[in-house]
Design a protein around this ligand. Structure first.
Ligand SMILES: NC(=O)c1ccc[n+]([C@@H]2O[C@H](COP(=O)([O-])OP(=O)(O)OC[C@H]3O[C@@H](n4cnc5c(N)ncnc54)[C@H](OP(=O)(O)O)[C@@H]3O)[C@@H](O)[C@H]2O)c1
Length: 248
């Protein structure tokens, strides 16, 4: 498959490495230019390209950029063929992004994204902590393989996103439509808790948007107390333990 990835950070960088290692043709771009992409991201064969090049001649586009930057992509994504599968990994994080009133009033993050982009998307990997994505990929038959919900409105988007989640080393679970995707947002029971496929349906059905918001605020208060506002991603044990305590 020909995959373009916008964002070469914690999530985009790991996906670029992994999908190239699986034999896909991967082009990856960041905001500053191909020469600034970490060579480690390219170590399994991904090509560093400009944002424009990442969007040409691809089957799948993975968006792994800050949530608040997504609307900037609307004009360029309007040029993509309708059949191109766009998979978004992003989460609305008001402590990092600007406050968005529609989302504060209850609009699911990814409904807002589809409205801003004016095209369908799939939502995947957003519930997997970056260190979990990097360290906890496992073969399909592993009994403790971590599971990831996938939401989408079009069947092809869902099928492709689920297949790629599986290839990235996680069990994919059909979590319904983009309107349902608030169940996998920050602070939800499946968020950064490393649930398995047998635990994920209950985690999704136990989601409560108001409680997810409160839990997200609590989690950020704890990060800030421990790590300040430096923007570092703490170690996996810390985040997964905290998320399991708060969210499950
Ligand atoms: N970190 C996590 O644990 C985690 C888990 C699940 C989901 N997510 C979500 O996944 C997304 C990416 O997170 P991350 O942690 O990987 O972020 P990150 O490490 O900060 O990386 C963000 C990347 O986006 C690039 N970028 C920003 N604006 C861009 C644009 N307009 N076009 C192309 N590239 C652009 C940045 O490039 P420059 O460096 O050149 O600016 C950088 O490579 C976020 O929405 C986040 O909420 C994160």
């Amino acid at each position: 498959m020909k995959i373009g990835i916008l964002g070469s950070g914690f999530i985009g960088g790991t996906l670029a490495r992994r999908f190239s290692a699986c034999g896909h043709t991967v082009k990856v771009a960041n905001s500053r230019g191909p020469e600034t992409i970490d060579p480690d991201v390219l170590s399994t064969g991904a090509h560093a390209v400009t944002k424009e090049e990442a969007l040409t001649d691809i089957d799948v586009l993975i968006l792994s950029i800050p949530f608040i930057r997504i609307p900037d992509l609307a004009p360029v994504l309007a040029e993509l063929p309708a059949e191109t599968v766009v998979i978004d990994t992003s989460n609305y994080i008001p402590m990092r992004d600007d406050r968005i009133e529609a989302i504060e009033k209850g609009k699911p993050d990814s409904v807002w994204v589809t409205e801003k982009l004016g095209r369908p998307i799939a939502k995947a990997w957003n519930s997997i902590y970056s260190a979990t994505l990097k360290e906890m990929n496992r073969p399909a038959d592993h009994p403790e393989r971590v599971a990831a919900p996938v939401a989408a409105d079009r069947e092809r988007d869902r099928d492709v996103a689920m297949a790629l989640v599986e290839e990235s080393g996680f069990d994919a679970y059909d979590a319904g439509t983009i309107a349902d995707s608030w169940r996998q947002q920050c602070g939800a029971p499946c968020y950064c808790t490393e649930v398995t496929l047998s635990e994920l349906p209950e985690a999704l059905s136990n989601a409560d948007l108001e409680r997810s918001r409160r839990r997200q605020d609590l989690a950020f208060a704890v990060y800030e107390e421990r790590f300040g506002t430096s923007g570092i991603n703490p170690g996996r044990d810390f985040i997964v333990q905290l998320s399991r305590l708060l969210n499950l």
